[in-house]
Design a protein around this ligand. Structure first.
Ligand SMILES: C[C@@](CO)(OP(=O)(O)O)[C@H](O)COP(=O)(O)OP(=O)(O)OC[C@H]1O[C@@H](n2ccc(N)nc2=O)[C@H](O)[C@@H]1O
Ligand SMILES: Nc1ncnc2c1ncn2[C@@H]1O[C@H](COP(=O)(O)OP(=O)(O)O)[C@@H](O)[C@H]1O
Length: 311
């Protein structure tokens, strides 16, 4: 009997360096104009032949049992759903043993579940030999979540629609960040709902004119960290701050520790602090490691590629 080596795929976390949120659409999603950046913090998904589907989870977050950070171990996990969707699309039996190593913190605004879903599509496409067209993989990804197509493509991309329509963006550099990770996650739907509430009560602009992505796109072409720092924007940030007031302290701490700018990543609660260069990021990480508001900190760089087979 030949024992087949597993197919191992890694997929990156993302931060939103621009997140313009338009009005709530009829389908329950908000129209977005976002700029995603894939960063060097990865989950891996390994798949082997199996009878039916099975799933094991290890690494940070895998054992979380309460709150929005809970990762389901069965059919509702995005990995399991991705496997069923690809099998259905390709007309094959959903047979695979799947092992996920989670290093991307859960419910952190870093798209860890989306990374796992994208990695699973790529891994099982290789294991099952389904050879799905890229456009089909992107369409399956969009069915799994708004962020999943970006997790497939990686790099730097503009996201429109509900965030699922991605197109690459020209970027003239690499940027160094420190991620400040909070102890407890935030639920994405709860943060969008809080934004709607703040808009309905006139506490923030109503979203008919979401913040423009133009400054950030120009800064990406230029490549300088200082220019990017001036153009970071996140329309969800007031909602995340409203639900989690201690995030204000986290943002101030990042700037006091030498970040050229700091912004909440996506729906939060992770704070993405931009450093001037690589050494600056190492220094910033050391400074922020001692700040009580963060459970942990990670120095990362981006852009990095999307979900890729690594062995
Ligand atoms: C906020 C963002 C920014 O990139 O990322 P995270 O911070 O979650 O990582 C995304 O919009 C999250 O995308 P994702 O996590 O894939 O969300 P989905 O599963 O598609 O949707 C979960 C829920 O979020 C809300 N949602 C999501 C996307 C969108 N454009 N409008 C929304 O209102 C809806 O309530 C939806 O039911
Ligand atoms: N493989 C997975 N990894 C993480 N979360 C998952 C996964 N599958 C399903 N989920 C669910 O998705 C929610 C959001 O997870 P995640 O993608 O980590 O956060 P965010 O949407 O903030 O980027 C989790 O709270 C969990 O209930």
């Amino acid at each position: 009997m030949t024992v087949r080596e597993p197919v191992v795929v890694r997929a990156p976390a993302k931060i939103n360096i621009h997140l313009g949120v338009g009005p709530l659409r009829g389908d329950g999603f908000h129209a977005l104009h976002t700029v995603y950046l894939a960063v060097s913090l990865f989950d891996t998904v390994a798949v082997r032949p199996g009878e039916g589907l099975s799933l094991t989870l290890s690494g940070e977050g895998a054992g979380t049992t309460t709150g929005p950070g809970q990762v389901p171990g069965g059919p509702t996990n995005l990995v399991w759903r991705a496997a069923e969707l690809l099998a259905d699309h390709a007309g094959v039996r959903p047979d695979a043993a799947m092992d996920v190593v989670k290093r991307i913190p859960v419910a952190a605004g870093l798209a860890g579940g989306s990374a796992d879903a994208a990695a699973t599509l790529v891994a099982l496409d290789a294991l099952w030999g389904t050879r799905a067209a890229r456009a089909d993989l992107l369409a399956l990804a969009a069915q799994l979540g708004s962020d999943v197509p970006f997790s497939l493509t990686g790099g730097v991309a503009l996201g429109t629609g509900r965030g699922e329509q991605v197109s690459p963006v020209l970027a003239g550099g690499r940027w160094h960040w420190v991620l400040g990770i909070a102890g407890e996650g935030l639920s994405t739907p709860a943060v969008y709902a809080e934004l709607d509430r703040l808009r309905a009560t006139g506490r923030v602009p109503d979203g008919t004119e979401p913040t423009s992505a133009e400054p950030v796109l120009a800064a990406l072409r230029g490549g300088a960290a200082g220019e990017l720092a001036r153009s970071l924007a996140n329309d969800l940030q007031p909602a995340a701050l409203s639900l989690r007031p201690d995030l204000r302290r986290a943002l101030r701490a990042a700037e006091a520790a030498g970040a050229v700018a700091a912004v909440v990543s996506g729906s939060g609660p992770t704070v993405a602090a931009l450093a001037g260069d690589e050494e600056g990021a190492v220094r910033l990480a050391a400074e922020l490691a001692g700040v009580g508001v963060f459970r942990s900190v990670r120095a990362v760089t981006g852009p990095v590629p999307g979900a890729r087979v690594v062995s």
